[in-house]
Write a protein that binds this ligand. Structure first.
Ligand SMILES: [Ca+2]
Ligand SMILES: [Ca+2]
Length: 245
């Protein structure tokens, strides 16, 4: 109804934000993502059993991106609730009081473009460094380049990264093996990704690893003699770095 300034027509207007590379929230990076608000009555899309609490519009967007089939969502700024949708909705007509606090948003992912020197794979860019150092210097190197030490969270990503290092020539012994972002330095044998703090949900350990050999192996490398499967090793060792952003 005109009273609420809503139109029966689906007019997508870009509002709010278009954030590139930037927004990091605990366990997720939103990249090349824009939110579009749509006018109209979308109350017919609501399903009370699917409503979840989300503090902000941005965290609602994060929750949507966190679910692979989510392409749009409803958000209520007054009740701090949202509902994810796996399709692009169309309005049923003019708005009404029952939906006045809810807004409908569409997620739009822009094509990902990686900077020179970074390799693109799926939704991330990867930097395979020619320099080397200990694990912490790798962490700082990646952060200084706007990313984080690589987090390998599925077989496809693991295959991409291992293929890359397997096929590249290394010029120094120190660059043969590569640091990745995994560590169990906080709690022995609980490996987490340093960028997100998430525990491993996927892993590809080499034979007999992790073994915490000598009692002080708390950082993870792609180990060439194991065809670049993962080994825990001493964080003070010297290897090349793989960054992601
Ligand atoms: Ca360890
Ligand atoms: Ca080991």
């Amino acid at each position: 109804m005109a009273k609420y300034g809503w139109s029966s027509e689906l007019t997508q207007k870009m509002i709010l934000f278009s954030f590139l590379w930037i927004l990091t929230k605990a366990n997720l990076v939103i990249k090349n993502t824009s939110l579009f608000a749509a006018d109209g009555d979308f109350s017919h899309l609501m399903n009370p059993s699917d409503v979840i609490t989300s503090m902000t519009l941005i965290s609602s967007g994060v929750l949507c991106l966190d679910k692979p089939d989510c392409v749009s969502f409803l958000f209520n700024p007054k009740t701090k609730q949202m509902q994810r949708l796996s399709y692009v909705g169309t309005p049923s007509g003019t708005g009404g009081a029952n939906v006045m606090d809810w807004r409908y948003y569409i997620i739009k992912k822009e094509p990902l473009v990686c900077e020179p020197g970074w390799e693109k794979f799926q939704d991330s860019c990867y930097l395979f460094s020619a320099s080397y150092g200990n694990w912490n210097s790798g962490k700082l190197f990646c952060e200084n380049n706007g990313g984080y030490m690589v987090e390998i969270t599925n077989l496809a990503e693991d295959t991409f990264v291992r293929d890359f290092v397997r096929n590249r020539a290394f010029t120094a012994y120190e660059t043969r093996d590569s640091w990745i972002g995994g560590t169990d330095v906080v709690t022995e044998n609980t490996f987490v990704w340093i960028g997100s703090g998430q525990t491993f949900t996927y892993s590809n350990w080499g034979p007999n690893n992790p073994d915490n050999s000598g009692g002080n192996q708390h950082c993870v490398i792609l180990f060439q003699p194991s065809d670049y499967k993962w080994h825990d090793t001493q964080c003070t060792n010297t290897n090349s770095f793989i960054c992601e952003k």
